[in-house]
Write a protein that binds this ligand. Structure first.
Ligand code: NDP
Length: 327
């Protein structure tokens, strides 16, 4: 009986996930993802966690999972699961699931919008109109940059990277990429290093996950290789960029412009970045439509229902693919 299984929702979660968990399971809530809030009753009953964690204090840490000895599964809201210690979960027989595919096209659309806004200055042009400057001062200045003739490099050619690449091709841009491994059967030019990719293109789009191996991968040397006509777009994770190096590169002309949906310490965006006219900034809205967030909310719950009902997760993360259901 699913209704006898206790699922803990610590912190904020999409209301559609919460209500569906409440209909199918025994739902308990906690204010925060905080191991010190876990009571003896929760220790004895919680078999699943559904959460939308971020980093640090708001993460599903090893300590949080250890505080729940009956825990079998953590259902993460989002395809990026850097807010869950999945390596710890995998070692201790806890399944971790995420929400791939249902957000791929939406995030790729956002990446393209952010790229065009960055290159053609469309948000600044709209602000010009809204502030009455079109009538007062005349036409908005011509954009220095154009997409025409650009060569794109994708850091993280996975599900979303491929959807971005297909859109860029339709725009007449050439595409190259860097992953740790070449993707079999993919015709785009492959680069074994990120710096090598940056040196071969003028438009670098990062959609790599936030992991130990991508930490500050986009550093001063990569930005220098991208060059003075270079445009950097980050739709992946803020942790993959040396944000101070990026601010310096934008300020001193090492690269031309950047479009960012993700930041090092969300929701805090440094004033130095806000002050840069060649930075186009979005508040982490990559997947943020009602349609796509509903799809993600459903997949969170469907992972739990499939795990406890059929003994298999719909979307296990790589670190936990071999974790087996208990009953
Ligand atoms: P995938 O797992 O399909 O793709 C990730 C790609 O990154 C893989 O091709 C992988 O290739 C590559 N990669 C991983 N680690 C490294 C590394 N150290 N060096 C080089 N390449 C690496 O994930 P998705 O495409 O579904 O999602 C990608 C990321 O996008 C998510 O993890 C999330 O952080 C972010 N995202 C952001 C959103 C937003 O709102 N801005 C919304 C949704 C996702 P390989 O393993 O061969 O290295």
């Amino acid at each position: 009986e699913l209704s006898a299984i206790t699922i803990l929702v610590p912190g904020k979660l999409h209301p559609r996930s919460v209500s569906r968990i409440g209909e199918a399971f025994r739902l308990v809530r906690l204010d925060k993802i905080d191991p010190t809030l876990i009571t003896d009753e929760l220790k004895q009953t919680v078999r699943g966690v559904a959460a939308s964690p971020s980093l640090g204090d708001n993460s599903v840490s090893a300590a949080f999972m250890q505080a729940l000895p009956k825990l079998e599964i953590v259902a993460n809201f989002g395809v990026g699961y850097d807010g869950v210690d999945a390596a710890h979960a995998g070692k201790h027989g806890v399944m971790v699931t995420n929400t791939p595919d249902v957000l791929t096209e939406e995030v790729a659309d956002t990446a393209i919008g952010l790229l065009i806004n960055t290159v053609r200055e469309l948000p600044r042009a709209e602000a010009w109109l809204r502030h009455g400057r079109w009538a007062k001062d005349g036409n908005y200045p011509l954009s220095r940059l154009t997409l025409r003739g650009r060569k794109a490099g994708i850091f993280g050619m996975g599900r979303i990277g491929l959807a971005i690449a297909q859109r860029l091709e339709a725009f007449g841009m050439t595409v190259a990429y860097h992953n740790r491994r070449r993707v079999e059967g993919l015709a785009y030019e492959y680069h074994e290093t990120l710096a090598g990719l940056a040196g071969a293109v003028d438009t670098l789009i990062s959609v790599a996950p936030g992991t130990a191996s991508t930490q500050k991968a986009v550093n001063a040397a990569v930005l220098k290789a991208l060059g003075p006509n270079g445009v950097f777009v980050n739709i992946g994770r803020g942790s993959t960029v040396d944000q101070d190096a990026l601010i310096a590169a934008l300020a001193n002309g090492t690269i031309a412009a950047a479009g960012l949906d993700v930041f090092a310490d969300e929701p805090n965006v440094p004033q130095a970045l806000l002050d840069l006219p060649n930075a186009t900034l979005l508040p982490h809205v990559g997947s943020a439509s009602v349609h796509t967030r509903d799809g993600m909310a459903d997949l969170v719950v469907d992972n739990l229902i499939s795990w406890f009902g059929e003994g298999r997760a719909l979307a296990p993360v790589p670190e936990t693919v071999n974790v087996k259901a208990k009953s």
